[in-house]
Ligand binder design. Structure first.
Ligand code: FES
Length: 407
């Protein structure tokens, strides 16, 4: 890691401003980010400043970018000095970044460094004619063509001291040069051409049976359609099976009695299971107790009586329900994990509006609600709504709906 400092004052320009074209370009970059986030464009703007200022970033450009992005100049300075792609010293018209990492070193990078010193001069200085400068850098990702160098925006690979010296001379004198491998190979193929995958049949389709491709695609489409139909039938069957118990539970009390449940006259008597209910505690009238034997239907304007509404074997007990939110201010039930807008509406329809209602449910009351969550049966138990509601009823709230689970 080298120390990265700004160039000395005597080479710093007095001022910097984007030219009209770059100013427009910079505005376009800034517009890609939301209001207040314009600092996100700092790297592209520094890069454009470097491009405009002959390949290096002077202090005045750093300050101009800071003004443009409404950032503290020190913040922009930190970025410009951290990323080595920003040159803080003047560079030559052709800036040579010579790779000195192991693969290139093993393939002769040391000899190329000597060429740079002879032809250009010391590292990080510009040649007297202003045409060339060089810097040793870490791996540039072209190790298979080692040794190599990046000169401005192009890679030059398979370098030798001779072809490198010639390349630098051509650049210095403005002669055309060829980027990429400097020997005869194509890209990163073996020297002298490829030695594998040479069979022409690999490329005319015969190996993969391309001659009957239409028949194969038709077969694949048919198989996919059959699989989709089978899946849809299985899902419909599963839905049907799930809906059947719900229909049984929703039957009127007279039907459930016939199936062996307590008779209406028995059901209206307080049972041991009903001792914990609000009705048993005198919160509601006897009429409300009778009403609780029906499927869930809140009593207008009053707290709903709780009573076992299903067979004792199901261990369900109807919880206290409301006809409307207290003071017209329902809690946001969707803060309970597992409750989305649809379930929140379903709960409100039952008479559940507040966290503190859910927080006091017992297991059998949770089971009563769970059995009536059409399409979501079992979710209240599975997601432990009671624990979640207990925490939410204390006033605790997550940072957002995607934040922490209440319990
Ligand atoms: S080591 Fe030189 S390009 Fe990777």
């Amino acid at each position: 890691m080298s120390v990265r400092r700004l160039a000395p004052d005597h080479v710093q320009p007095a001022s910097f401003a984007f030219d009209a074209a770059n100013e427009n370009w910079a505005d376009g970059e800034i517009a890609k980010y939301p209001p207040g986030r314009q600092a996100s464009a700092v790297i592209p703007l520094l890069w454009k400043a470097q491009e405009q200022h002959h390949g290096w970033v002077p202090r005045a450009a750093i300050e101009a970018v800071a003004r443009k992005l409404d950032m503290a100049p020190m913040r922009v300075m930190e970025i410009a000095t951290f990323y080595t792609m920003f040159n803080l010293q003047p560079v030559g018209e052709h800036f040579v970044q010579l790779c000195g990492t192991t693969p290139c070193a093993l393939r002769g990078a040391e000899a190329l460094k000597k060429v740079c010193e002879e032809v250009i001069g010391p590292q990080s200085t510009v040649s007297a004619d202003g045409k060339l400068s060089w810097l040793e850098v870490e791996c540039l990702g072209a190790c298979c063509n080692a040794p190599m160098a990046q000169i401005n925006f192009d890679y030059y690979e398979d370098l030798t001291p001779d072809n490198f010296r010639e390349l630098l001379d051509d650049l210095r004198h403005g002669r055309p040069v060829k980027a990429g491998p400097q020997n005869d190979r194509s890209c990163s193929e073996p020297l002298g051409g490829g030695e594998t995958l040479k069979d022409a049949a690999l490329y005319d389709g015969t190996v993969i049976g391309a001659d009957d491709w239409q028949a194969r695609i038709a077969d694949q489409r048919k198989a996919a359609a059959e699989a989709a139909a089978a899946k849809a039938a299985a899902e419909a069957e599963a839905k049907k099976a799930e809906a059947t118990p719900a229909a049984v539970e929703a039957k009127p009390a007279t039907e459930t009695a016939a199936a062996g449940r307590p008779k209406p006259s028995e059901a209206s008597q307080p049972s041991s299971a009903a001792q914990d209910t609000p009705a048993a505690n005198g919160k509601v009238s006897a009429a409300a107790v009778k009403e609780s034997a029906k499927p869930a239907a809140p009593v207008a304007g009053k707290p709903e009586a709780a009573k076992t509404a299903t067979a004792p074997a199901l261990a369900e007990s109807k919880p206290e329900l409301l006809t409307a939110a207290r003071d017209g201010k329902p809690d946001d039930l969707s803060l309970i994990w597992g409750v989305g807008p649809k379930l929140a509406t379903m709960l409100n329809g039952m008479g559940v509006w507040h966290f503190d209602q859910i927080a006091v449910w017992k297991a059998e009351e949770l089971a009563w609600v769970d059995a009536r969550l059409t399409g979501f049966k079992g979710r209240a138990t599975r997601d432990d709504w009671i624990s979640q509601a207990k925490k939410l009823s204390t006033g605790w709230r997550p940072e957002s709906k995607l934040g922490d689970k209440p319990a």
